[in-house]
Ligand binder design. Structure first.
Ligand code: CAA
Length: 403
């Protein structure tokens, strides 16, 4: 059995309006991840892909594997996983399990989409259709999150301004990332003056439509040592993962039972025998501000009901100095979904890529946490709080369950 499972290579395309198909982008990202690991297509024994919205195909991973000449091959497992935006983290956990079970030594995970090059109306129709039956007005996904935001505001006293502070904080980080779509920091006033999409949601608070792909090459530590020139220290371990599910869209009466991030985080922490105090960097899904606020509470960064004030205190520090040090707010230093860019089910991959950059001290002078984090937690969310997947990366307690 593998002693630990490592992220041996990462690769991505640019993010934005790229004018290339999701399949082409996936191929580029995967080849880059393989090159980063010092591997070739012939070394892969597994491939996991998540579906794309722009070009939905039957058995997406098989399509890609066949297109890339990875099949037919005797030792090859190919699987498509659809837990929406949680998909990359579910895939990471599945890849880890495949390796720990001895099925394979290497698995690639790839996510790609081209939703910015899609016709705007077609995007809206397909996005609305993804929560068919919800009865939510169009655009249905922003309206779904908006309903939850209003519920949370009424229950915990979160203010409209506190919601708006979330993308403001991340715009400051995104402006320091060469690949992010948001190129300049904006203010709370900018957010509140941007076009209204739903009662408490404006454009600058929405996951930003984008084209892009990202891939990971995952391998057993013994494979890394045996076959790769890359030092093991540059290949963070997948220490643990956890998953939980909620309904596809909010029920008529919103209640705590629809949320699943807390359970997913609990599973990940328990199986790693770690707690939130052991985590130095967080990549938390933030398709809309309420998703980030709920995640802060769910993973234990602040008590339930306090996330609005938690964000506001970071914002006040930023407002006082004009600058946000990554150590002061060790979250989504790439900029998150609204500011980095959100190609549908890809964004949790950007969280993993940023976590890997942080853990290997490669995030660059502007975004790197100092001292280098030992462990990171990445959370992916699918649908409207419908799927939660959490991964803990970095130093593990080896010998603990599953690691
Ligand atoms: N920051 C800056 N600009 C933004 C922005 C953001 N976060 N979001 C949109 N914009 C801009 C666009 O760039 C565009 O600008 P231009 O006109 O200059 O090109 C303008 O706002 C209009 O946006 P759209 O072209 O997208 O067209 P629209 O007006 O029809 O729609 C919108 C606006 C309703 C906000 C739409 O962009 C939208 O629906 N966004 C949310 C996408 C979404 O729901 N993603 C999934 C999130 S849930 C999840 O991630 C889980 C999962 O399982 C997938």
């Amino acid at each position: 059995m593998a002693s630990s499972v490592r992220i041996a290579g990462v690769g991505a395309t640019a993010v934005g309006r790229l004018g290339r198909s999701a399949e082409e982008l996936a191929e580029t990202a995967l080849d880059r991840a393989l090159a980063d690991a010092g591997m070739g297509r012939g070394d892969l024994q597994g491939l996991i892909a998540v579906p794309s919205l722009s070009n939905p195909t039957f058995m997406q991973a098989h399509q890609l594997a066949t297109r890339m000449g990875l099949l037919p091959r005797r030792k090859m497992i190919v699987r498509t996983i659809d837990t929406g935006g949680a998909g990359p983290i579910t895939s990471l956990g599945t890849a880890r399990n495949m390796i720990l079970s001895g099925w394979t030594d290497t698995v690639a995970v790839v996510a790609s989409d081209a939703v910015l090059s899609m016709d705007r109306e077609l995007f809206r129709a397909r996005a609305d259709d993804s929560v068919r039956g919800s009865g939510l007005p169009s655009p249905s996904i922003p309206h779904g999150y908006d309903r939850v935001a209003q519920w949370h505001m009424a229950r915990h006293g979160v203010t409209r301004e506190q919601l708006a502070m979330v993308p403001v904080l991340f715009s400051h980080f995104a402006a320091r990332h060469p690949d992010a779509m948001c190129r300049r920091p904006f203010s709370v006033e900018d957010v509140l003056a941007s076009p209204r999409v739903a009662p408490v949601t404006n454009v600058l608070e929405c996951a930003r439509r984008a084209d892009g792909a990202a891939a990971l090459v995952i391998a057993s530590s013994s494979y890394v040592r045996r076959q790769l020139a890359k030092p093991l220290e540059l290949c963070p371990a997948i220490v643990s993962t956890g998953e939980a599910s909620g309904p596809l869209y909010p029920p008529a009466e919103i209640g705590e039972e629809m949320f699943s991030c807390e359970r997913a985080a609990h599973i990940a922490f328990e199986s790693a025998q770690l707690s939130v105090r052991d985590i130095d960097f967080f990549a938390l899904y933030d398709c809309f501000p309420i998703c980030f606020l709920r995640a802060l509470e769910a993973v234990g960064c602040c008590p339930v009901g306090e996330a609005g004030r938690f964000v506001e205190s970071a914002y006040r520090r930023l407002a006082a100095t004009g600058r946000l040090a990554p150590e002061e707010f060790p979250f989504n230093t790439h900029g998150g979904l609204a500011c980095f860019g959100a190609p549908w089910e890809v964004p949790a991959m950007y969280g993993v890529l940023e976590a890997v950059a942080q853990l290997t001290a490669r995030a660059g002078a502007e975004r790197q946490l100092s001292p280098k984090p030992r462990r990171a937690l990445v959370y992916g969310n699918g649908g409207i709080f419908s799927a939660s997947a959490v991964a803990i990366l970095g130093d593990g307690v080896y010998g603990a369950r599953g690691c």
